[in-house]
Design a protein around this ligand. Structure first.
Ligand SMILES: NC(=O)c1ccc[n+]([C@@H]2O[C@H](COP(=O)([O-])OP(=O)(O)OC[C@H]3O[C@@H](n4cnc5c(N)ncnc54)[C@H](OP(=O)(O)O)[C@@H]3O)[C@@H](O)[C@H]2O)c1
Length: 257
C-alpha cells in the first residue's frame, strides 16, 4: 500500500548506509543526508583513513563511521553485524564505491592496452561489492516497511548507449554491475518486496575519479558534488514500487541497459 507513495515522502526516522563515503559522491551523500530531519542515523563506510579525513572530521551525533573495504566480504559481514547491533532495519543502502584510474592503471583506449589483471581490478571494485552487499544487507533492508538499495553506476556502462567505444574495463564492469542490480531487483521483489533496487547515473561530477578527463566537458555539464547528490536524492525521493529494477539518470530519465 505504502509503495504507491514516493520513497522520499514515506521516509521517517530513517537509517541509511552509505558505502564508499570517504570522498566524492559518497561523502556528498553523507553531508546531504545529515541535513534532512527525516534521517535518524547515517552509517558511512571508508576503506582507509588517509583518504577519509573529511568524513572522519564530521561531527554529528547521527553519524556512525565504519571501516569497511567493500571488496572484502569479511569486512562487509563485520560492518553489517555492527549496524545490526544498533538497528533492526535499514531504509537505504547507497553504494558509491567506484574506480576508473590510478597511477598504475589508466582506462584502455584500444584492445592493444587490454590487460587481464587490470580488467579484474575493474570488476573487483566496480561490480562485485554490490553483489556482496545485496547478500549481507538483505535482512536489514527486509526489516524496513520501505527501503532502497542502489549503486552509483554510469551511463558509460550502458550497452545500448555505447557509441564511442574505449574504456573496456570500466564499461564492462559497470555493465556487469547493472546486471547484478537487475538480478538483485528480481530476487528482492520476492524476498524483500518493500525494497526498491535501482542503478543511478550521476552525470559527470567534479571528483578525483573524473579529474583527468574533465578537459572536454562543457562547464554546465560538470556538476559539483553538492549538485549531483541533490539531483540524485531527488530521483531517489521520487522512486515508486514500479521503478524496481530500473536504471535512471541524474534528471530522473530512464536509461537503456
Ligand atoms: N565523477 C563522475 O563523473 C562519475 C560519473 C559517472 C559515474 N561515477 C560513479 O560514481 C561513483 C562515485 O565516484 P566518485 O566520482 O565519487 O569518485 P571518488 O571521489 O574517486 O570516490 C570513489 C570511492 O570509491 C572508493 N574506492 C575506490 N577504489 C577502491 C578500491 N580499490 N577498493 C575499495 N574502495 C575503493 C573510494 O575510496 P578511497 O577514498 O579509499 O579511495 C571512494 O570512496 C563511482 O562508482 C563512479 O564510477 C562517477
Amino acid at each position: 500500500m505504502g509503495m504507491a507513495i514516493p520513497f522520499g515522502e514515506q521516509l521517517r526516522d530513517a537509517h541509511i548506509l552509505v558505502v564508499g563515503a570517504s570522498q566524492g559522491i559518497g561523502l556528498g551523500f553523507v553531508t546531504h543526508l545529515l541535513q534532512s530531519d527525516r534521517v535518524a542515523q547515517v552509517y558511512a563506510t571508508y576503506r582507509q583513513p588517509e583518504t577519509a579525513t573529511r568524513l572522519l572530521a564530521l561531527t554529528d551525533s547521527r553519524l556512525v563511521t565504519l571501516p569497511m573495504d567493500a571488496t572484502d566480504e569479511g569486512q562487509i559481514a563485520a560492518a553489517m553485524a555492527a549496524i545490526g547491533a544498533v538497528t533492526q532495519r535499514l531504509e537505504g543502502v547507497i553504494n558509491c564505491v567506484g574506480f576508473l584510474h590510478s597511477e598504475a592503471q589508466q582506462p584502455e583506449k584500444s584492445v592493444r592496452q587490454i590487460d587481464a589483471e587490470q580488467l579484474l581490478e575493474y570488476f573487483r571494485v566496480n561490480s562485485i561489492p554490490t553483489a556482496l552487499l545485496a547478500k549481507h544487507a538483505l535482512p536489514l533492508l527486509k526489516g524496513s516497511d520501505r527501503s532502497l538499495f542502489t549503486t552509483i553506476s554510469a551511463k558509460i556502462g550502458s550497452i545500448g548507449d555505447n557509441r564511442l567505444g574505449g574504456w573496456y574495463g570500466y564499461r564492462a564492469s559497470k555493465a556487469a554491475l547493472n546486471m547484478f542490480l537487475k538480478t538483485i531487483a528480481i530476487e528482492y521483489s520476492r524476498k524483500s518486496p518493500n525494497t526498491t533496487v535501482v542503478a543511478l547515473h550521476p552525470g559527470t561530477t567534479d571528483t578525483r575519479l573524473s579529474q583527468p578527463f574533465q578537459r572536454n566537458v562543457p562547464a554546465h555539464k560538470l556538476f559539483t558534488v553538492e549538485r549531483t547528490v541533490t539531483q540524485l536524492w531527488q530521483v531517489i525521493s521520487g522512486l515508486q514500487a514500479e521503478d524496481n529494477g530500473g536504471f535512471f539518470s541524474w534528471d530522473g530519465t530512464p536509461l537503456p541497459w
